[in-house]
Every structure is written in structure tokens, then in C-alpha cells.
Design a protein around this ligand. Structure first.
Ligand code: FNU
Length: 219
């Protein structure tokens, strides 16, 4: 059974804390990205961790040259349990982030930081430029031994292929819920090390707790 990752893309701190507390019984991990961090500040990561006791992953899809990636990773992993980066920028840029994670892990081996790399995105436009190179990106993820990859629940056949290519990496997969991904098909592919990401179908629901419960039960 894969785990449930809440994509908390709300724009208000009060709402973010309220939803993360209400749903924490059913959610295994919380993913926050630019919407919430830009609406508040990076310290929101710690405040959500303190309130919920959950792991928080920052979805910054970092995609820069190695020295800039390093700076972004240092700042982010000072708070977050993991960071999402793009793979298409190449191995040196990803390695720069992995090196930062390794430094943190030397200091605190009990709470290892996770580096998660995007392979093929879940939206339609990803088929234009990302899909043709995504298998090679997934291969790089396996070779570099990043902790995890992002692969699409909107295309279960691609999800399966990318998971197989990336080898030992766990998969976090967006696309179920608002993006219309078929959870039944996704569950045929993912295992207990992987995560199904659900955002709007939980936080826009009039009862986020009930929706999170429903997804947890479906998983
Ligand atoms: P929901 N996300 C995505 N597709 O949707 N990080 C990707 O390929 C990817 C992502 C994120 O649709 C998206 O930014 F790499 O409301 C959002 O935070 O369930 C979440 O996954 C999906 O949210």
C-alpha cells in the first residue's frame, strides 16, 4: 500500500495549518511548494512540522546550475526533510543537491534528507518536451541513486515504465484527484515505498479531513 502525500498548495498560513492538523491522522507526508512558501515564508516548513510531526518535502523543482542549486538546497534542507529538483538540467546540477543532503545527513543521520527528482510531469504539456527524454532522466535517477522520483499518475503506463527504469528510487506520483488520474490503475504500479500525491481533491473539499480519510482508505 503506497503512502499518502498531501500537496498543500493553499495561500494562507491559517488555512495551511488548519488543514494539515485536521488531515494529519490520514496523511503520511506533506508537500509544500512555491504557492505556500511565497505566500508566507520558508519558516512555514518548520511551523507545519511542529504542528503535525509529519515529514515536509519542499516542491521547488530546482533547475539551475550546480552552484545555485547548492545554495537553494542548503537553505531549503535547513528546514525541510526533502527537496524536489528537476532532472533535465543534468547530473552535475542534481549531484550538487545530493552533496548538500549528504552534509546534512552526516550531522543528523537519524533524519536523512531526501532528494527527489522529477522525470516526466503529469500535465498534458509534459508530452511535448519532457516525455521524449524522461526515460533517460529516470535512468540517471537510478545511476545517481537519488532517493526518489516524481512520475505521473495521469499516465499509469508511463508511471510503470519510469518506476522500473529508476530502479531503487521510490516514486511520488501526482495526478490523482483534480488531474483525473485513475487511482485503481496507479495502485497496480506503486508499492509500499511509494507515495500518491493528492492536493486539491483534499484541500478544496468542504471537508478535507473526510477526503483525506477517503483517500487513505482507498490506498
Ligand atoms: P493536485 N506536481 C504535479 N505534477 O501535479 N510536483 C508534476 O508532474 C509534478 C508536481 C505537483 O493536482 C503540483 O505542483 F512534478 O491538486 C501540485 O503541488 O492534486 C501537486 O503535485 C498536485 O496537486
Amino acid at each position: 500500500m503506497p503512502k499518502l502525500m498531501l500537496a498543500l498548495d493553499v495561500l494562507d498560513e491559517f488555512e495551511a495549518i488548519k488543514i494539515s492538523e485536521e488531515t494529519s491522522e490520514y496523511v503520511d507526508c506533506i508537500k509544500i511548494g512555491y504557492p505556500l512558501v511565497l505566500a508566507t515564508d520558508l519558516g512555514i516548513v518548520k511551523r507545519i512540522k511542529d504542528k503535525t510531526g509529519k515529514e515536509v518535502i519542499c516542491d521547488f523543482k530546482v533547475a539551475d546550475i550546480p552552484s545555485t542549486n547548492e545554495k537553494i538546497a542548503k537553505l531549503t534542507l535547513n528546514y525541510a526533510d526533502g527537496i524536489i529538483c528537476q532532472g533535465f538540467v543534468g547530473p552535475d546540477s542534481v549531484k550538487a543537491i545530493m552533496d548538500v543532503a549528504k552534509e546534512y545527513n552526516k550531522k543528523d543521520p537519524k533524519n536523512p534528507k531526501k532528494v527527489i527528482m522529477v522525470t516526466e510531469m503529469s500535465h498534458g504539456g509534459a508530452t511535448s518536451f519532457m516525455q521524449p527524454i524522461a526515460n533517460e532522466i529516470a535512468k540517471m535517477a537510478g545511476d545517481l541513486k537519488v532517493n526518489g522520483i516524481v512520475a505521473p499518475s495521469t499516465r499509469p503506463a508511463r508511471l510503470k515504465e519510469l518506476k522500473e527504469i529508476a530502479n531503487n528510487a521510490f516514486v511520488i506520483s501526482p495526478g490523482v484527484g483534480a488531474q483525473g488520474g485513475d487511482l485503481k490503475e496507479v495502485l497496480k504500479v506503486l508499492d509500499e515505498n511509494d507515495y500518491v500525491i493528492v492536493g486539491r481533491a483534499i484541500y478544496l473539499n468542504e471537508n478535507p479531513k473526510e477526503s483525506a480519510k477517503k483517500y487513505k482508505e482507498l490506498l
